[in-house]
Design a protein around this ligand. Structure first.
Ligand code: FES
Length: 133
């Protein structure tokens, strides 16, 4: 039996109301970095990662090659959890929209999502926990 957890979002932003299943994955902390197995991205471009240091999960997305982005899923408007959809992250509370790299696309939020630097090699994706990218 598959015991993986998923966040399922059925965004209003998609005309067909298609649902997106985003897996939660477990990382391990090592030397100020949160490490995720690169194989977690074999089937999905983006995953949610929970970490005891954050109230909200991180959304980590594979862009191309060794390029990844990581953002905190806390909306910068009033603190709701933004949800990954097909083309970005959307806040269900008041409709702010963000690109996968956290850039603000549409308010009422006025600031981008908190971003983290990400380094990757063939085996591991490492998110710097020390601060925003
Ligand atoms: S809390 Fe996200 S748009 Fe208001």
């Amino acid at each position: 039996m598959d015991r993986r957890r998923f966040l399922v979002t059925c965004g209003a932003a998609t005309l067909a109301a298609a649902c997106v299943r985003i897996p939660y994955v477990t990382g391990r902390v090592d030397g100020g970095k949160l490490l995720i197995a690169r194989s977690e991205f074999a089937e999905k471009a983006g995953v949610l990662v929970e970490h005891a240091g954050f109230t909200f999960p991180l959304y980590v997305r594979h862009v191309q090659g060794d390029e990844f982005t990581a953002v905190l899923t806390r909306c910068t408007h009033r603190g709701c959890t933004v949800e990954p959809e097909d083309d970005g992250l959307v806040c269900p509370c008041h409709g702010s929209e963000f690109a996968f790299d956290g850039a603000l696309r549409k308010g009422p939020a006025e600031q981008p999502l908190t971003r983290f630097a990400v380094m990757a090699d063939a085996e591991t994706v490492a998110i710097a926990l020390g601060g925003p990218a």
